[in-house]
Design a protein around this ligand. Structure first.
Ligand SMILES: Cc1ncc(COP(=O)(O)O)c(C=O)c1O
Length: 417
């Protein structure tokens, strides 16, 4: 069973102060996960987790992770600016983007972020627009199918990200000739994996590649970034990944492949988003209406603008009715208000009876939740609230207002009545 990280009584105090819907984050859980990740890879002295900012781009969250010795990975100049303002040192900021604008490379260079190039063609582009830094990382895409045993995990050949093996080798060669001094390797081959074998399998592939790069090009990589992709138990039927076992699995591959080939100095980096934050966020919403037609509908005050994953990927998010946990079980669709029939947080789901005014918690929304939000139908982005270790609640982003929505429009004076 999945239970909320906050008691009903504590949550009532917060909903009395802040209108729903809002995203609530659990500081204690975030710190515990960050510590567990750092412990799992502590065998590698240069290990660093570069939190994928896109998962939860809020300075208060980034600050907590910074205090737990994590860095950040940014995809855009906006995320770079936020990370810089939070106070991350240059060495703790990486920049993994694709289809990148010149101004973004210029800014990444200016603040000294480590640039991870998505495309072979970007080497010349970066050189022209911002000059080459001393350190460059390249993103690899092996093509084909990525599988664990007989399980197909993903199809890298269909992915727009990364470069082929031939481009990767040519890229390192070119960069070396152009004077680049230190090199990294990055790959992200499967998303939301619920198996302890993903990272070790990926690591083994990248470690073999590092040995080839050394033998063929005479380049000893400085770091290998295993990127994101470790999943969480969105459904109670999923098993939660064991980060200690994952770290141990990567360690074994490191000792078997890199160490005997004189590459035991390589730093291991990760770029996790979901694993760090997903379980430590709840979307808190209240029941507005009940409706019975061909199905029983529970209409809530959140919608897909606050959490896109169910509409976009048909993703499962567990739901708890904290106001009526022992209510009679009913089969319902939990829906938002958008004029889109995919605006459903649950379909044909067994839930304790939901009554108008009840508070529901939608679980595992701490990563790729608020950040994937949008404003369809003029529905506005919600607040974000931090449930702090001392039990108090801190507003870390206010809800958008109608004035915010109108603020970017020109040609009309909305202040005039
Ligand atoms: C480049 C990159 N790194 C890391 C991540 C984080 O992935 P996850 O949240 O699955 O760990 C993403 C997610 O989209 C990504 O695009």
């Amino acid at each position: 069973m999945k239970t909320p990280f906050i008691s009903a009584a504590e949550l009532d105090k917060i909903t009395a102060q802040y209108p729903t819907p809002f995203h609530l984050y659990d500081e204690k859980g975030i710190r515990e996960t960050a510590r567990a990740v750092n412990k799992a890879f502590s065998w590698n002295p240069g290990f660093k987790e570069f939190f994928a900012v896109k998962a939860t781009p809020n300075p208060a969250i980034l600050k907590i992770l910074q205090e737990e010795n994590c860095g950040v990975d940014c995809a855009t100049d906006t995320e770079l600016i936020m990370s810089k303002k939070v106070g991350f040192e240059a060495s703790a900021i990486s920049f993994t983007s694709n289809d990148t604008k010149a101004q973004e490379f210029v800014y990444a260079r200016e603040i000294g972020a480590t640039i991870n190039l998505d495309a072979y063609e970007h080497i010349t582009f970066l050189e022209q627009v911002a000059g080459l830094p001393d350190t460059v990382s390249l993103r690899y895409n092996p093509g084909g199918v990525f599988s664990l045993g007989t399980d197909i995990m993903d199809h890298p050949e269909e992915s727009k990200f990364g470069m082929t093996k031939a481009q990767l080798f040519q890229g390192y060669q070119d960069l070396k000739e152009k004077g680049v001094k230190s090199f990294g390797l990055h790959a992200f081959l499967a998303s939301n994996t619920v198996t302890n074998a993903y990272y070790p399998t990926l690591a083994a592939q990248l470690f073999e590649l590092a040995v080839e790069i050394k033998n063929e090009l005479g380049i000893s990589l400085d770091f290998i970034n295993l990127s994101g992709g470790i999943g969480v138990d969105y459904s109670p039927e999923n098993r939660q990944n064991d980060i200690a076992a994952i770290g141990q699995g990567v360690h074994e591959q490191f000792d078997a492949i890199l160490v005997p080939n004189g590459l035991g100095h390589i730093n291991i980096y990760t770029e996790l988003g979901r694993y760090m934050l997903a379980s430590h966020g709840h979307l808190v919403t209240k029941v507005l209406h009940l409706k019975d037609t061909y199905r029983h509908y529970v209409g809530v005050d959140a919608s897909a603008v606050n959490l896109l994953r169910p509409a976009m990927y048909d993703a499962y998010h567990h739901i708890s009715n904290v106001s009526n946990p022992d209510g009679e079980i009913q089969v319902v669709d939990v829906v938002g208000s958008l004029c889109e029939n995919n605006d459903k947080f649950a379909k044909n789901r067994e839930l304790p009876e939901a009554r108008v005014g009840d508070t529901l918690v939608i679980h595992d929304t701490g990563a790729h939740g608020f950040s994937m939000g949008y404003q369809y139908n003029g529905r506005l982005r919600s607040a974000e609230i931090l449930y702090q270790e001392d039990g108090s609640a801190r507003l870390i982003r206010r809800a958008e207002t109608v004035e915010d929505y109108f603020a970017t429009l020109y040609g009309f004076d909305f202040d005039k009545d």
